[in-house]
Write a protein that binds this ligand. Structure first.
Ligand code: FAD
Length: 462
């Protein structure tokens, strides 16, 4: 059945965030006809409320730290404070330029871009404002939204989520951050650098608890040194609001007063009242269920990005969108190895990893079949120059390949691309040890860790 304009497209994509627009761009590149439906702004969470604006704030935070600490490097300067409207203008400028570029890309690939709230109305159709768009295939990419806890009302003034925090036009004197995951730690890091008193409350025993425990502990040490407070293994029990701010109560009886509370307890899928159930799309806890090629239980419908229960990362959305587009164009893309996707927390210091943690490796291969090595950044010249502490930790199967790389320190996010190749290559320590890394760079720490694990340490004590 054709739509009211008579056209049947190859693919109709619902949602123009990382997953949806990547699928649209790749599908169009492969010669498919594409409709992309977006109710808000093309680029979605990552571009407008996520990756890009937070990383701009984190860069401004780094500049603030550099100017405050410049005397350590023999440079005299005076830190006079944060001009939040100017920081936001810088951040919005970055977002604006990328947004414009992305709009141009979509236009240049001849994608039919439809502005409006879409709804799935059949296995091959999406409706927007009464207009039906029919496709050989539909891709659901409606993303995610910030979650809260039962009874915790986000008012956008005293109790914020990340959508509000990204737009804040002042530096709060003090903040409680509820949730010590990636988003919570990144905002905690920004606000501390901007001069706020910050306390993180986390129910689990560690910050960034999905990371290798050694990395979590190193981040906790660094945050302690930066005087970022945290309450680990502490559950939130309530919040009282007053003219002065918020009083947050924990189940252990403690209370913390602050000007603001940021709720960063995770993100949930946007899947309600969009016709998914009615059309028969199988879901679990609100996430759309898919197979390893992002196919739902309905032949003509795929789903990608934060809407499906895979890591909630922009680059995962890109990868899934591209894979679906290639499959629909008749290619035979390989399924994604989600362990091989790099993960980064862009706080100061950064935490970056790929592959599996030491604990998971031991579960998978057995305690005696796993070997690990931690190379301290103290032995790395460039890290000394930057005055950063941290490590590169390798996890390998004994007499087998590297299965995990975990790093902590300023700028280690830039090392994770090499780590990803090492993991993907199923390299042995000797394979990497023979590669000469440029001196003095932090990448040398990756090389040195492999030298040490191969039994020929160079700049390593003990
Ligand atoms: C504060 C923060 C920081 C982050 N930092 C990083 C980072 O540094 N690196 C990283 O990799 N990831 C980061 N993320 C995660 C990243 O933003 C998401 O993983 C990514 O945006 C998911 O893409 P998506 O396409 O699945 O969903 P989204 O980006 O949420 O896009 C979904 C789109 O669908 C649209 N939509 C929804 N319903 C409808 C409808 N009915 N009709 C039409 N359109 C609809 C929405 O308007 C939205 O634009 C961050 C997230 C946050 C919140």
């Amino acid at each position: 059945m054709a739509d009211s304009t008579g056209t049947v497209f190859d693919v109709v994509i619902l949602g123009g965030g990382s997953g949806g627009y990547a699928c649209a761009l790749r599908a169009a590149q492969l010669g498919l006809t594409v409709v992309l439906v977006e109710k808000g702004e093309l680029g979605g969470t990552c571009l407008h409320r996520g990756c890009i604006p937070t990383k701009a704030l984190l860069h401004a935070a780094e500049v603030a730290d550099s100017s405050r600490e410049s005397e350590q490097f023999g440079v005299r300067s005076t830190f006079e404070g944060i001009d939040m409207p100017a920081v936001n203008a810088y951040k919005d400028g970055v977002v604006g330029r990328l947004y414009k570029g992305l709009q141009g890309l979509v236009k240049s690939r001849k994608i039919t871009y439809v502005e409006g709230m879409g709804r799935l109305v059949g296995p091959t159709a999406v409706e927007v404002d009464g207009q039906r768009y029919e496709g050989r295939h539909v891709v659901l990419a409606t993303g995610s939204t910030p979650k809260t806890l039962p009874g915790l009302d986000i008012d956008g003034t005293l109790v914020l989520n990340s959508d509000h925090a990204i737009k804040l036009d002042f530096v709060p004197a003090s903040v409680v951050v509820l949730g010590g995951g990636v988003i919570g730690c990144e905002f905690a890091s920004v606000w501390k650098s901007f001069g706020a008193d910050v306390t993180i409350v986390e129910a689990l025993p560690h910050l960034v608890s999905m990371e290798d425990e050694q990395a979590s502990k190193a981040l906790e040490r660094a945050f302690r040194k930066r005087k970022i407070g945290f309450e680990l293994g502490s559950r939130f029990s309530g919040v009282e609001k007053s003219e002065k701010g918020v009083k947050v109560s924990l189940e252990n009886g403690k209370t913390i007063e602050a000007e603001l509370l940021l709720v960063a307890v995770g993100r949930g899928p946007v899947s309600q009242e969009l016709g998914y159930e009615q059309v028969g799309v199988e879901m679990e806890r609100g996430f759309v269920k898919v197979d390893e090629h992002c196919r739902t239980n309905i032949d003509t419908i795929s789903a990608v990005g934060d809407l499906i229960p895979t890591p909630q990362l922009a680059h995962v959305g890109f990868g899934e969108g591209i894979m679906v587009a290639e499959r629909l164009a008749g290619l035979d893309p390989a399924p994604i190895d989600y362990d091989g996707v790099p993960r980064v927390t862009y706080s100061e210091p950064e935490v970056a990893s790929v592959g599996i943690t030491e604990a998971r490796a031991k579960e998978k291969y057995g305690d005696d079949a796993v070997e690990s090595l931690t190379y301290d950044l103290a032995g790395n010249g460039k890290s000394q120059i930057l005055r950063t502490a941290g490590f590169v930790k390798l996890v390998r199967q004994k007499d087998g390949p590297i299965v995990g790389i975990h790093m902590v320190g300023s700028r280690v996010a830039e090392l994770v691309a090499e780590a990803q190749l090492i993991y993907g290559w199923e390299a042995y320590p000797d394979d990497v040890a023979s590669l000469i890394h440029p001196h003095p760079t932090q990448t040398e720490a990756v090389g040195e860790a492999h030298l040490a694990l191969a039994g020929k340490p160079l700049h390593a004590h003990g």
